[in-house]
Design a protein around this ligand. Sequence first.
Ligand code: PPS
Length: 331
Amino acid sequence: MGPQFIPADSNDEQDRLLNELFMPPFRKGYVRVGPNKVLLPLYYLDYAGRIEDMEVRDSDVWIVSHPKAGTTWTQEMAWVINQDFDFEGAKVPLPERFPFLDHTPLFDYTDILPNLPELQLPLFVSDSVTYINEMKSPRYIKTHLPWELLPKQIREGTKKPKIIYVARNAKDTCVSYYHHCKILEGYSGSFDNYCKLFLGGSLCFAPFWPHVLNFWKRRDEPNILFLKYEDLKKDLPAVIRKTAAFLGKDLNEEQVDLLAEHLSFARMKSNPAVNYEAAIEINRRFNLTTADGHFMRSGQVGNYKEVMGPELIAEFDRWTQENLAKSELTF
Ligand code: PPS
């Protein structure tokens, strides 16, 4: 059985904006799930019970994050380290070797597929939960689900996979998520309305701060590593060393440099295995979303300054201070 939920279809401003501006062909509605009222597509309910009860393995490596926090960057880093620098294997598309557990619940193609026979979906898209259940060990699993919606075996500690959580400051996350939702998830509204939804906890996997803080408070558990996008930007070799130590791998300085080069923004932007250009192209080809843009977009800290005015910045900063006041977390 999955967690409790309520439909996000009320008459309040948040639900109205969401249902007016964020209803692409592959969404049929939204629900708010569990005590934190995590927003998810209605289709998630078809998978909630299977995710809750899935068999976790101690040998799994999980990357957990709020969307756009640096997930892909962290995935590639963890995969290369844990696979002992198998750069040949790293040519396999990331979603295949490091699948996204909650991919299928985000995209309900059930009414679309009969009309688009040419749209052939691989199993990691059409049923990401089954794909992951059938993977050989060690499995690599990406998820944006917050702590309270992770499989029961993780929450109850009966299985202890290695979990890397990556967080990013709210303003850059919001801007990055806005572009992502336009090019990959069919958001059709303005940036201002998007920010209202972000601050109001009405985008998939929101609310933002409980997502981050629920891992921050577990950061000292031996099977959890808490990283920040800003630290990857500031000193990537240091984060590579820290991640290798967490995964139990010894790296020499030559390997650290080699991996830092492989993980540079320019290299990742031109690497078809990790840049999601193929996924964007499918959306365009089948008219599932219409906006232009790239997944590897700015790769900067502070990019929000180019799109947010002073009032909006002040609002985000107030909201951040309020939420972080009782923690030692800073961005
Ligand atoms: S997703 O869809 O949630 O998995 O997206 P996620 O991977 O978390 O976040 C994508 C943003 O991370 C940036 N990115 C990088 N920045 C710097 N260096 C490297 N190597 C790198 N790889 C990915 C990517 O550009 C997105 O951020 P924005 O701000 O949109 O550019």
